[in-house]
Design a protein around this ligand. Sequence first.
Ligand SMILES: Nc1ncnc2c1ncn2[C@@H]1O[C@H](COP(=O)(O)OP(=O)(O)OP(=O)(O)O)[C@@H](O)[C@H]1O
Length: 250
Amino acid sequence: MTALLELKGVTKRFRGLEALSDINLSLKSGEIVGLIGPNGAGKTTLVNVITGVHTADAGSITFNGAPIAHMRRDRIARLGVARTFQVVQPFPAMTVLENVTAAALFGGGAASIAEARDAAAHHLAFCGLTDQAGKPAANLTLAGRKRLELAKSLALRPKLLMLDEVNAGLNPAEVDAALELITRIAAQGATILLIEHLMKVVTRTARRLVVLHHGKLIADGPVASVLSDETVVEAYLGRRYAERMAGAGI
Ligand SMILES: Nc1ncnc2c1ncn2[C@@H]1O[C@H](COP(=O)(O)OP(=O)(O)OP(=O)(O)O)[C@@H](O)[C@H]1O
């Protein structure tokens, strides 16, 4: 299968710091891939470079056959690249429905406000937010705001959706519900890059793991082999975690 997203030799520097070093990464359509690594490893920078927030200093990025490394971020979004933010950022005074309608108008290809509202209502239903549609976004709980963030991303009709710590701060029941939602999004055909600190979440949803450490991609492969990889254990997981996972047969 041809790659949906292909990074070759991508490097990003912030003054003296090499936040991404010579990254080669390829994602296929419909995959759920977990992206893990310690704080400051370069995970968010990778998402920022793919979405055009930052421009890579070297390397190429191809999405669906188009070179996007130097493309404006709104054009990249319109090609079908969406992301959520670690800190969720709705328009607080607008209602939940209006927030998603705005996203559908901006990047979802809706031809009119009425069409955008219909699409938004559909995405809110998919994300379990229909009951909250008329509320100001500021009144949602954290779990609700994260669902809203997902609904806004879906309104962009993404082919690639990058979820940056979408489960952080949620309780276990809310994480379960979010995971179920993420799995349903992937089942509709989107490729998902899941940035996560919660290993339970990654191992339940992704079949493939990519590990960043000090800006370098140190492992990329099936979950079980990456989790038992010596370099990954040393850099990130720690030995006790690796032994627990091996004991659990993962
Ligand atoms: N805009 C910026 N200007 C300067 N340095 C930056 C900028 N963005 C990121 N960095 C630095 O680049 C490195 C990688 O940061 P990044 O946020 O990508 O890591 P991360 O893996 O997402 O970390 P976390 O898990 O804590 O979110 C860090 O050393 C960070 O301080």
